[in-house]
Design a protein around this ligand. Structure first.
Ligand code: UDX
Ligand code: UDX
Length: 458
């Protein structure tokens, strides 16, 4: 079979895998290859047991794998063959040297750029898919022009806005696709080529173009705004708990203002995920680099409120349970950073587990998809932890339940049965406000929602 074009994606992660699977699904005329340095990950992409859980992903991969979607470890061959290369390697927070704990660690993308340069035998379009600091494209261009030859690289920025758990829907019906380019004739030509690919299934009015720096910055700004919204609603939860206001009612009244909108107003134990913290701290670091300390402080506050929200949750558990958790068994309902994913990166459950273990509590963790990741996250930590998939078995004999993740299944559990199996007085701390608090109280639980007055029997 001959294909119209060869596309390559370097990095078969949460972003690279689903994004390229969708492109292959919608564009059968293109050959799409996804490569990764991790052979185990590629083997999983080639198996029936995909490396990430994402509703709808199986179907898309099954329809395309072996047809025009290929997962491989042959990076050199992939680079040689491709006309368009997406770079989707991870850009975690730097853990060493200047900017440690704040700046993006760019070693993987730089290595990738050098690999592309080394193996390329023809001109190519390079698409930044990963989230990078503003002006990364400039550094990339510098690397690409560091050797004398006739090969030309056009670098585009095409940030991914998908959210985990809804990735397939987000890819199939995106709010917008953003493509940033240099405003040179060849930059604009490259941009048009990428526009054409997305136009195979995305309405043209949803495909927006901009200069390359605006595109890079827009991704950071969008994530900063989203996280800020959750931090904002969460910042009112303590006040609600003190004043008998109810955060759900407040969010509803606020969100009905069409200027504000009603999405992303669910108060919680705190936001997590691989992107928000990393991207905001990256933004803060950039601002400080440009001596914009007021702006840096403003956005750092969004992260600080989130850290406080997690700590506040632990302190609420401690004070409700008579100021001691030593040897008490606490069952965490959920460990993933949000529902419908097995991903636990930056999950509030990690911080909360560690803090509860500091208090000498015993933990039982249940989650339908994230138990393997939870075990890795808590590996080597002092304390007693068990991992049980069945929530009834997990909560049996526990003193308290703390809801960490808004999994649908938790809403319809038989809480009478659960109550009977628990130590009394039995406590529920609903870190996601997903349960029927009044009903739980009537069953006999002492109920502590987020941002609402507690319902207690004492
Ligand atoms: C993505 C983006 O790339 C990141 O910038 C964004 O902000 C968050 O989401 P994600 O897909 O979630 O990252 O990361 P991950 O699941 O860790 O996947 C990255 C993949 O790249 C890994 O499979 C890793 O093995 C691979 N990789 C990394 C390479 O193939 N080459 C490298 O040099 C480094
Ligand atoms: C986010 C962005 O939404 C996405 O556009 C970007 O590409 C990557 O980062 P993701 O982290 O996968 O996506 O999930 P998201 O739905 O944004 O949730 C992030 C965190 O916020 C989760 O921990 C979630 O539980 C929490 N959250 C979300 C709330 O606490 N309340 C809300 O109202 C919404």
């Amino acid at each position: 079979m001959t294909f119209k074009k060869n596309m390559l994606c370097i990095g078969a992660g949460y972003v690279g895998g689903p994004t390229m699977a969708m492109i292959a699904y919608k564009c059968p005329q293109y050959k799409v290859t996804v490569v990764d340095i991790n052979p185990a990950r590629i083997a999983e992409w080639n198996s029936d047991d995909l490396p990430i859980y994402e509703p709808g992903l199986d179907k898309v991969v099954k329809a395309t794998r072996g047809r025009n979607l290929f997962f491989s470890t042959e990076i050199e061959h992939g680079i040689k063959e491709a006309e368009i290369i997406f770079v989707s390697v991870n850009t975690p927070i730097k853990t060493f040297g200047a900017g440690a704990g704040m700046a993006a660690d760019l070693q993987y993308w730089e290595k990738t750029a050098r690999q592309i340069l080394k193996y390329s035998e023809s001109s190519k379009i390079i698409v930044e898919k990963s989230t990078f600091p503003v002006r990364t494209a400039f550094a990339m261009e510098r690397i690409f022009s560091s050797t004398e030859n006739d090969i030309h690289f056009d670098v585009l920025s095409n940030p991914e806005f998908l959210a985990e758990g809804t990735a397939i829907k987000d890819l199939e019906e995106p709010d917008r696709v953003l493509i940033g380019s240099r405003e040179t004739p060849s930059g604009l030509k490259a941009r048009d080529e990428l526009v054409e690919i997305y136009a195979s299934w995305v309405p043209k009015k949803r495909i927006i173009t901009s200069n390359i720096w605006s595109s890079e910055l827009s991704k950071l700004v969008a994530n900063a705004f989203l996280a800020q919204r959750i931090s904002s609603i969460n910042s009112f939860t303590a006040l609600c708990e003190k004043t008998e206001a109810d955060i759900t009612e407040v969010a509803r009244a606020t969100g009905m203002d069409s200027r504000l909108g009603n999405k992303f107003l669910n108060s919680s134990v705190g936001w997590g995920g691989s992107c928000f913290k990393k991207d905001i701290l990256n933004l803060v670091y950039l601002c400080r680099n440009y001596n914009l300390s007021k702006e840096a402080d403003y956005w750092e506050g969004v992260v600080r409120i989130n850290e406080y929200q997690k700590e506040r949750f632990v302190l609420n558990i401690l004070s409700a349970m008579f100021n001691t958790l030593a040897s008490k068994k606490i069952c965490l309902f959920g460990f993933a950073f949000k529902a419908n994913t097995g991903d636990t990166r930056e999950s509030p459950a990690i911080f909360i587990s560690k803090r509860l273990l500091d208090e000498k509590a015993e933990l039982v963790i249940t989650d339908p998809k994230a138990l393997d990741n939870a075990m890795t996250d808590l590996d080597g930590i002092d304390g007693k932890i068990s991992y049980i998939e069945d929530p009834y078995e997990a909560s049996d004999g526990c003193d308290a339940i703390a809801v960490m993740t808004e999994w649908e299944i938790y809403k319809s559990l038989d809480f009478e049965k659960i109550y009977r199996s628990m130590v009394k007085p039995a406590f529920i701390f609903d870190g996601r406000n997903i349960l029927d608090h009044k009903r739980l109280f009537d069953i006999g639980f002492n109920v502590f929602p987020i941002g609402k007055p507690p319902l207690t029997h004492y």
